[in-house]
Design a protein around this ligand. Structure first.
Ligand SMILES: CC(C)(COP(=O)(O)OP(=O)(O)OC[C@H]1O[C@@H](n2cnc3c(N)ncnc32)[C@H](O)[C@@H]1OP(=O)(O)O)[C@@H](O)C(=O)NCCC(=O)NCCS
Length: 325
C-alpha cells in the first residue's frame, strides 16, 4: 500500500453534496457568519455582516445555484453560485470551522464548476482574501488565477439635493419591465457579450431589496445600477449597496458614469441610508479613478480570481461597478 504524503488528508466519510433547501436556510446563514467571522477573528463571529442578508436573498433569487454539503443530516458547508448570462461567479463559500482543511470545500467546488459548464458560462471568477495563500491555492486547483485587486469602497451619502435624471425599474408596469429587461441585456451585452443581469434585477424587484436605477439618453438606456438598501438585504442597516452598475462605452462613458453614481447617491438618500457602498475591480482603472473622484474610499481589498486568467469585462475602458463578494 502506498504511504500517504505529508500533505495528504482524508475527506470525512459520508459527506453528500446537494442543492440547499429552504429548510436549510437558518443553518446555512449560521455557517456563513461563523466561518467568515472566525476567519476574520471577530469576537462574536456570528455578528459577521450584521443585519445584512446574503444567503436567503440569493437562494430566493436562484435556488438551483446554491450547493450544500451535509454529513449525518447536518449541514457542514455551502457555496452559492451566481449566473449573469455568460458570466458566472461563486461565493460565499463557507465550511464549519471545526471541519476546515479536510477537503470539504473541494467537494463543493467540483459541482460548482459543473454548474458553470451546464449554464454555458464563458467568463467565471470569484473574489477572495488576497493575503491568504490557502484561498488562492485552493481556487487555482480549479483553474482560477489571481488577477487584479478588488476594492470594497464607500462614501457618505451626504445630504445635498441634486437633480440627476434617472428612473426606477420598480415604477414600470409589467409589460414595461419586460421591455426594460431587454434594454438592460442589450446594454450589458455591449460591454461583454452575453452579460445579463436579469436575475439580479428581478431579485431586487420581487424581494423588495432596493431598486434598479436607469439612466437614459432620450429613449436609449445608457446606464443601470442594481442597488440594495437596508436591513435584510446585501447592504445592511444604514447602507445602500451598489451591487452592479454600468454605463455604455464610448466618449461620454465617464460623464454618464458620474451621473449614474449621483443617481445611486440620490437613491441612497431616499432610502435613509447614511453610507453608499460599492466594489471596484482595479483593472477598470478609469472607473476606479472616477469612484475616487466621487469621494469613495476603499475599506477593504481582496483579489479577483478569473478562470484561465481571462479578463472578461475587467478592462481599463469599462465603466462598471461590481465586486463578486
Ligand atoms: C476557505 C474555506 C472555504 C476552505 O474550506 P476547506 O474545506 O478548509 O478547504 P479544503 O480542505 O477543501 O481545501 C484546502 C486546500 O487549500 C489549499 N492550501 C492550503 N494551504 C495552502 C497554501 N499555503 N498554499 C497553497 N494551497 C494551500 C490546498 O490545496 C488544500 O487542499 P489539499 O490539501 O487537498 O491540497 C474554509 O476555510 C472557510 O470556510 N473559511 C472561512 C470563509 C472563507 O474564507 N470562505 C472563502 C472566501 S473566498
Amino acid at each position: 500500500m502506498a504511504s500517504q504524503s505529508a500533505s495528504s488528508r482524508t475527506t470525512p466519510a459520508g459527506i453528500t453534496v446537494r442543492l440547499l433547501r429552504e429548510s436549510d436556510l437558518p443553518a446555512a446563514d449560521r455557517i456563513f457568519r461563523l466561518a467568515f467571522g472566525t476567519y476574520l477573528g471577530l469576537a462574536d463571529p456570528l455578528k459577521f455582516t450584521g443585519d445584512a442578508d446574503y444567503i436567503r436573498t440569493r437562494w430566493l433569487a436562484d435556488p438551483a445555484a446554491v450547493l450544500a454539503a451535509e454529513r449525518d443530516g447536518e449541514l457542514v458547508g455551502i457555496n452559492l453560485a451566481a449566473r449573469w448570462g455568460s458570466v458566472g461567479f461563486f461565493g460565499p463559500l463557507a465550511i464549519l470551522p471545526d471541519l476546515w482543511d479536510k477537503g470539504i470545500a473541494q467537494l463543493l467546488l467540483g459541482p460548482t464548476i459543473d454548474l458553470f459548464d451546464r449554464w454555458g458560462v464563458r467568463h467565471a471568477g470569484l473574489f477572495t482574501f488576497a493575503a491568504s495563500a490557502k484561498h488562492v491555492g485552493l481556487y487555482q486547483k480549479y483553474g482560477f488565477w489571481p488577477r487584479f485587486l478588488t476594492a470594497l469602497m464607500e462614501r457618505p451619502v451626504g445630504t445635498e439635493n441634486t437633480t440627476t435624471q434617472w428612473t426606477r425599474f420598480s415604477a414600470l408596469s409589467e409589460p414595461e419591465k419586460l421591455a426594460c429587461l431587454e434594454a438592460c441585456r442589450e446594454l450589458t451585452s455591449s460591454i461583454y457579450d452575453g452579460l445579463d443581469l436579469e436575475r439580479e434585477i428581478l431579485a431586487v424587484d420581487r424581494q423588495n431589496l432596493g431598486d434598479t436605477l436607469l439612466t437614459w439618453n432620450v429613449s436609449q438606456l445608457v446606464g443601470l445600477a442594481v442597488c440594495h438598501a437596508g436591513c435584510g438585504t446585501e447592504a445592511g442597516s444604514g447602507k445602500c449597496y451598489v451591487k452592479f452598475a454600468c454605463v455604455r462605452g464610448g466618449p461620454s462613458a465617464p460623464r454618464e458614469f458620474r451621473r449614474l453614481l449621483n443617481a445611486c447617491r440620490e437613491f441612497g438618500l431616499s432610502t435613509g441610508a447614511a453610507t453608499l457602498t460599492a466594489g471596484m475591480n482595479l483593472a477598470r482603472v478609469d472607473a476606479y479613478r472616477e469612484m475616487l473622484g466621487a469621494g469613495f474610499r476603499a475599506t477593504t481589498q481582496g483579489v479577483a480570481m478569473e478562470r484561465n486568467g481571462e479578463a472578461g469585462y475587467n478592462r481599463p475602458d469599462v465603466f462598471l461597478v461590481d465586486d463578486w463578494r
